[in-house]
Write a protein that binds this ligand. Structure first.
Ligand code: PAF
Length: 282
């Protein structure tokens, strides 16, 4: 496994592989790797000759300083894990290497996708994500990049960014990986206390019930029901629950049969913010 901390040597390494017509798959991460990341890597390995994984905790996508400081950083363990799954290349740059002297993000117009849900609650988050993913795509120039659907809004925004910036990268969304009790895998889960961890699968259970209800009830009723369920919960605090169009991410108005809808949720367990989502029509 080749580990790079600087872009130039990485580019040289990859250009040699590209000259041999090797297909490059890419998985962008912020480290603290779990089974969900490994499933993305596996998918990338099945479809490509070489897999590059980046580990970079991107400061510009954090709207809260404490969240950035407390974000789990487990580089040694991540490296071991990546070796064990035969990852080819790891890119682990410093903030200076990625941003130079000014750690600021570019501003994007994602056609409104950036103002919904996470965009509403995390100011500047998607400019940060767009900036770093664009930079990583420009350095690595992968054929295909793989992202988890847990961050469904992020996935749609990255697809849009690729279109806007005309980058020659295919972006694939991969299914959400869950713990046995249904909790969506996330690096943030490691920060949950025992009691919070025990309570957290309630998010998935509620999404499943909401999906069932949506078959016969209006979205307004389902939303009110979810909000009520969380009022009874002591450990988890609901930030938002919304049913939105998968394409526009705008909240549903009328349930149109030819449109795909998804339920999106964000919940606080203490200071730890957990998100999840579920398609509603299949
Ligand atoms: O999903 C994440 O871990 C991050 O948002 C990403 C895509 C690696 C960009 O920093």
């Amino acid at each position: 496994m080749n580990i790079f901390t600087e872009k130039q040597p990485l580019k040289v390494h990859l250009s040699k592989l590209k000259a041999q017509h090797k297909k490059i798959g890419f998985v962008a991460t912020m480290g603290a790797l779990h089974q969900g990341h490994l499933s993305l890597i596996q998918r990338a390995q099945q479809k490509n000759d070489v897999v590059v994984v980046s580990i970079f905790v991107n400061p510009t996508q954090f709207d809260k300083k404490e969240d950035l400081i407390n974000y789990p950083k487990t580089l040694e363990n991540d490296t071991k894990l990546l070796k064990s799954v035969a990852c080819d290349v790891v890119f682990h740059p410093s903030v200076e290497e990625m941003y130079g002297e000014n750690t600021i993000s570019e501003h994007f117009d994602f056609g409104g996708l950036e103002h919904e849900m996470e965009g509403e609650f995390r100011t500047g988050h998607f400019d940060g994500v767009g900036t770093i993913v664009k930079t990583l795509f420009e350095i690595i120039e992968p054929d295909t990049a793989y992202f988890g659907q847990k961050d469904f809004q992020q996935l749609q925004i990255i697809k849009k960014m690729v279109k806007i910036c005309k980058l020659p990268v295919k972006v694939k969304g991969c299914k959400i990986f869950r713990e046995e009790d249904g909790l969506a895998m996330s690096s943030r889960n490691t920060r949950l206390t025992l009691a919070q961890r025990k309570a957290a699968p309630f998010i998935y259970k509620t999404l499943k019930k909401a999906k069932k209800k949506f078959k016969k009830e209006s979205s307004t009723k389902v939303k009110a029901w979810v909000e009520n369920q969380f009022k009874k919960q002591e450990i988890l605090n609901l930030e938002y629950f919304t049913i939105a169009d998968e394409k526009t991410l705008k909240p549903i108005k009328d349930n149109e049969p030819d449109k795909k809808y998804r339920a999106f949720i964000a919940v606080f367990a203490g200071e730890i913010r957990l998100i999840d989502n579920m398609p509603l029509k299949n």
